[in-house]
Write a protein that binds this ligand. Structure first.
Ligand SMILES: [Mn+2]
Length: 320
């Protein structure tokens, strides 16, 4: 831990980035750590968006200070990059093209499949979220924690724990959140913005996804496919697919849920969730992906049908 602060003191600039297809943990951790570091290092700190930010996170303070990738054209010597919530360096997307320009990479993450790609790696796979690790970093180093930062951390932890119901939720998670609540955070606003403010496009792509849902193995497996055509017809964005795989998983009797999204003609993204028994990160790793025991994913070059058959075969093997 001291190692990090020393590193930050010595560096010319401090860049922070989280992953593409950003979720609440990715954005919340980025804004929280970025805001607290700006307090000490001021203009030395630059927050980068590796991807478009879903509109539901616009309420976070300092979200407007995120810079796009162009800022990386002017990286100064002796700069560090802090990656948040990235299990693999490829998760920073196109920012990877600039990776050699950094003196050091500090990798802060909770994915069990993390590849330890950093020069300094702070990986806690028992943490519910990267937000939880950022909270620890703030406390251990006596860094600033205020209402805005607490809002961002609550967003990170609440989203990555499925509102505190996934089995990554520990007593420590609740103790951290209890402390965040003491900062008088905007809990009602966060819940509204994140969970009760769905766009019509998202509702429409949900309807399509559910129409195409199929069950296998005595309804223990639920799989749906989302094609580019469906995305175009509903005018949905990729972020609008969040929640579909969990909806399928939450059906009575379903152990594994899978969403196969067509990215290009022969490229698909597969998202997996399990309820209690199957380690889906093992399946994702077969296809060079990663994740957690209960939530994992990967991208493969194949058409939708082939991808479906392949993943189904792996799931059935494990259900036996
Ligand atoms: Mn996370």
């Amino acid at each position: 831990m001291n190692k990090i602060i020393g590193e930050l003191d010595r560096s010319k600039m401090i860049y922070l980035i989280s992953h593409i297809n950003p979720d609440g943990d990715s954005i919340g951790s980025l804004v929280a750590l970025g805001s607290t570091l700006k307090e000490i290092y001021k203009d030395k700190v630059i927050l980068i968006k590796s991807d478009n930010i879903p509109r539901k996170f616009n309420f976070l303070t300092n979200i407007e200070t995120l810079s796009d990738l162009n800022v990386l054209n002017n990286i100064r010597d002796n700069s560090v990059l802090i990656t948040l919530d990235c299990g693999d360096i490829s998760r920073i997307g196109e920012a990877y093209n600039y990776i050699d320009k950094f003196k050091k990479i500090i990798n802060i993450d909770h994915h069990i499949s993390n590849t330890n790609f950093g020069d300094i790696n702070i990986i806690k796979s028992d943490a519910s979220s990267t937000g939880e690790i950022v909270f620890d970093i703030i406390k251990e180093n006596n860094l600033l924690l205020n209402k805005d930062i607490a809002n961002a951390l609550y967003t990170a932890i609440s989203t990555d724990t499925g509102s505190f119901i996934y089995d990554n939720t520990t007593s420590k998670t609740h103790r951290i959140v209890a402390e965040l609540l003491d900062y008088d955070i905007d809990k009602d606003k966060i819940i509204y913005e994140i969970y009760q403010n769905r766009s019509m496009e998202k509702t429409n792509i949900f309807i399509q996804a559910i129409k195409h849902l199929e069950f296998f193995s005595n309804n223990r497996i639920g799989i749906t496919v989302i094609t580019k055509k469906m995305m175009n017809e509903t005018n949905a964005k990729s972020e609008d697919l969040d929640g579909i795989v969990e909806f399928i998983r939450d059906t009575d009797g379903v152990e594994i849920a899978c969403v196969i999204k067509e990215l290009e003609n022969d490229k698909v993204k597969v998202s997996l969730r399990s309820k209690s028994r199957i380690n889906v990160s093992e399946i994702a790793e077969i296809f060079s992906g990663g994740g957690h025991i209960r939530a994992a994913g990967y991208t493969i070059e194949s058409n939708v049908e082939v991808a479906k058959n392949k993943v189904l075969k792996e799931i059935i093997k494990r259900l036996r």
